[in-house]
Design a binder for this molecule. Sequence first.
Ligand code: F6P
Length: 361
Amino acid sequence: MAQSIQKIGIANGGGDCPGLNAVIRGAVRAAILGHGWKVVGITDGFDGLIWPERCMPLTVESIAGILPRGGTILGTTNRGNPFHYAIEEEGKIVEHDYSLKCLENARKMDLDAIIAIGGDGTLTIARDLGRLGIPVVGVPKTIDNDLSATEVTFGFDTALHVATDAIDRLHTTAESHGRVMVIEVMGRDAGWIALHSGIAGGADVILIPEIPFTIETVCERLRERAATGKKFSMVVVAEGVKLPATDSHGNPFPAPRPGQVGFVIGDTIHTILKKDVRVTVLGHIQRGGSPSPFDRILSTRFGVEAVELIERGEFGRMVCLRAGEIESVTLDEAVGVNRQVDPKGSLVRTARAVGITFGDQ
Ligand code: F6P
């Protein structure tokens, strides 16, 4: 198998993530310097496979300097599923299946294999393109750190640094003014960023999707703090948190989108406690900017190992981190299972032990 590889493609899909460029650089350098292969950059998710004229050659020279750069030089999209490609035609959204076109174009471009970097959605598409006949290997990506087959995804560490730094900054101003600060961080389905940054930043309350809470319990904790002379409090909220069905007056809570849930919680705390509350939504700041050293190293290891999987002919697999070592799992094992915070796990127990409440007891 190894002798037959001459050219590979690299695609990344879904939301961007610090470290994407470092994966691309690691893979390009390993492929060219280690094996003498050619590398093609597939732009904007899998769009470059549908419209090959949008692809670009990747060389050691063309990727110089991208290691510390955030974002991705390939561009990305979370709307480009080739199996269900939505296009507006005469005012209507029409779905097309471009998967066979991808196969045809991969063959026309002489791609012997493709490295697909992405979260659950992108890796599912990659697996299905693999079933059609395109040899693929995967690299896990998401700042949310919620892919089940790897201990850590690249991007998480950078997001955690951003969130912790923000909590530290908000801490000092909260203390000066005696305010309640609500900080909404990312984490659509899992509370990893909130849990880690909340512990690292010394939060008083952490609200995550995995632990149902009531606003009354949160307010009780804030009252207790006030009773001991602590005039300010820090509340870290994961954007994907599930609001209780009703507020303290029995009125139904609205179903807020990410970016709004922090405001709903902040407003409710203000109404109940009559305290000065300020809300900060960190949003995409957590996804932007230069990757941390940890993420640069993890991304480079993932990129290099993806090339080695191709070299060994181990297609349909995704690289992952287990006990500090780079390993691989099948794409089938890698997708479809969200890795969530264990409400009884050691991190949650540690947080509770230092007095953090999750709003449940
Ligand atoms: O999955 C990563 C993530 O950053 C989530 O935490 C967040 O909800 C989502 O992407 C935001 O996506 P978009 O960039 O499409 O707004």
